[in-house]
Design a protein around this ligand. Structure first.
Ligand code: GLN
Length: 547
């Protein structure tokens, strides 16, 4: 009998690296995970990163940015944690819904199964049902057969009540997979006490003890620190935390997050991970394009100042992907991009000139609701009238259409129906399919959509392509009833969805650089692929600064 070879994906032995956090939050687990992944990728392994978030929201889509920073959107339309942005920016590969799971999503699946009767009369409990679901979600990416290594970042800090089921799931997986297939990196803080002039190891000892009480012994400690950790301190940490001295890795404060892969390489993090997983470390990471990017980023030949007009500017993480995209585009242009943070609520007719004075470019940011909206419209007007390069993203694009309709077309009572449902001229309104939507979570126009670009446009100059795909996250749309009038007066729709006819890009023909996009280009900017529109916007700002 002829046996046809059929690859069995379960044969693909994916290895798992768990990253837990101790002592405090905000130590940068996402950056450590992304840096390790980058090094492993450069060594030839296929790697992905997943984040488990211990909150009850199904996803961060309904969270106010002040709560949790930016909501990052993937190609498949998942609304996710901003760490996924770092993963994509570092690894240059797309993530998906499977890369971000919350407690809410875990419970929702378990409860759905319970309602379907899938537990056959059993009492449904945290152990084993919730932990089984967590384990299932962790292994989903591994089971695709696409990855040699899956790095799973456990959100929160060890010891938090809500993290317990995750730590227990990690304990079980470590036992099931064996030490050559699954390891734990514990990211911890070694604080410096100025009064004592010393680095202190006790908080790390305590957090490792806490982890051990849950049955998990970390294999590697990554120690965040402001000062060099001496060999003595490393020995002490190793002794009291039950790891080898070479498994204590220092992670000193870096000038930029993009330095962290190099710093982790110098400390040997990728090497100890590969040794523990019994994988070859023969091929060295080269980071050629990466290091060229850093070199240009750190040695700019010029500088531009961009005004970022938003209403969440108090928490800069709300605009994380935008500021990172500026860094990528700045490096390509060998230009330092200085950001002037401007609260849209603070802009008035009287102060606008002073507040926006001498800017080389203006970016009006995405957002929701009417707070600060008139300030955004004023900023658009200022950019348009003073020939300052303008970049409007999502709500920023919508405000550009409103501003033009009010001040150039001279239409009365112009708005988006998001802000005024009954305005006379709703130049931005809801699509029919959105009108019936009552639930807020996960119901916007989300994820990747195609856009066809006209050749005679700034967008085409930047993308050098007529068909692009970009990620969306919005409910309201350009109202095509006004297209003819707007185009007749100089605001052109240069990018349109080929299937739906929805306007995705608007531009002004008689302006040095005025581009509004309904989508979010910032999500797709990476170190290896800086976003063409950001690169072109910074180029235009540079030109403006030389005038
Ligand atoms: N609030 C607008 C909408 O829902 C814009 C959203 C955004 O900027 N992401 O259409």
């Amino acid at each position: 009998m002829l046996l046809l070879y059929k690859p069995d994906i379960s044969m693909h032995n994916t290895k798992y690296v768990f990253v837990t956090g101790g002592v405090t939050s905000s130590l940068g687990k996402g950056i450590i995970a992304a840096s390790l992944a980058k090094l492993l990728q450069e060594r030839g392994y296929s790697v992905t990163i997943q984040k488990l978030d211990p909150y009850i929201n199904i996803d961060p889509g309904t969270l106010n940015p002040y709560e949790h920073g930016e909501c990052y959107v993937t190609d498949d339309g998942a609304e996710t944690d901003l760490d996924l942005g770092h993963y994509e920016r570092f690894l240059n590969i797309p993530t998906s819904q499977a890369n971000n799971v919350t407690t809410g999503r875990i419970y929702q699946s378990v409860i759905d199964k319970e309602r379907k009767g899938e537990f056959l009369g059993k009492t449904v409990q945290v152990i084993p049902h919730i932990t089984d679901e967590i384990k299932h979600r962790i292994q989903l990416l591994g089971k695709t057969g696409d990855y040699d290594i899956v790095i799973t970042e456990i959100g929160g800090t060890v010891g938090d009540i809500e993290s317990l089921p995750y730590v227990e799931s990690v304990r079980q997986l470590l036992w099931e997979k064996g030490e050559e297939n699954a390891i734990v990196i514990h990211l911890t803080l070694v604080p410096y006490l100025a009064a004592a002039g010393e680095l202190k190891t006790k908080p790390t000892q305590h957090s490792v003890k806490m982890l051990m009480q849950s049955g998990v012994s970390p294999n590697i400690l990554v120690c965040r620190t402001e000062h060099e950790i001496s060999e003595d301190i490393k020995r002490k940490l190793a002794l009291f935390c039950n790891v080898k001295k070479e498994d204590v890795i220092q992670s000193i404060d870096a000038e930029t997050i993009y330095d962290v892969p190099n710093l982790m390489f110098e400390e040997g993090l990728d090497k100890v991970v590969l040794d523990k997983l019994k994988l070859s470390s023969e091929k060295q990471p080269e980071l050629i394009v990466w290091n060229d990017f850093i070199k240009k980023h750190k040695n700019p030949k010029s500088e531009v100042e961009i005004g970022l007009i938003g209403k969440y500017v108090e928490l800069r993480d709300s605009y994380k992907s935008i500021t990172e995209a500026f860094i990528h585009a700045g490096s390509t242009n060998e230009t330092k991009v200085k950001v002037r943070w401007i609260h849209s609520e603070s802009l008035t007719t009287e102060n606008i000139k002073t507040k926006l004075d001498s800017l080389n470019g203006i970016l009006v940011a995405p957002g929701f609701g009417d707070r600060g909206i008139e300030g955004k419209i004023k900023a658009v007007q200022y950019a348009r009238e003073n020939n300052i390069p303008f970049f409007g993203i999502c709500l920023g694009m919508q405000m550009a259409v409103i501003e033009f309709s009010r001040n150039v077309l001279n239409l009365k009572d112009v708005f988006s129906t998001e802000m005024n449902e009954n305005c006379e001229n709703p130049v931005i309104n809801l699509m029919k399919s959105q009108k019936e939507v009552t639930k807020k979570g996960g119901t916007m126009r989300l994820g990747a959509w195609d856009c066809k670009i006209s050749k005679e446009s700034k967008a085409f100059n930047a993308y050098k392509s007529e068909l692009i795909s970009e990620r969306h996250r919005h409910r309201f749309e350009f109202n095509n009833d006004y297209l003819k009038a707007l185009e007749g007066s100089g605001m052109k729709a240069t990018g349109v969805n080929p299937k739906t006819g929805l306007v995705e890009i608007v531009e002004l023909s008689n302006h040095p650089w005025f581009v509004g996009v309904q989508y979010h280009p910032e999500y797709k900017s990476t170190v290896l692929n800086p976003h063409p529109l950001f690169v072109d916007f910074i180029k235009a700002a540079l030109k403006q600064s030389n005038n």
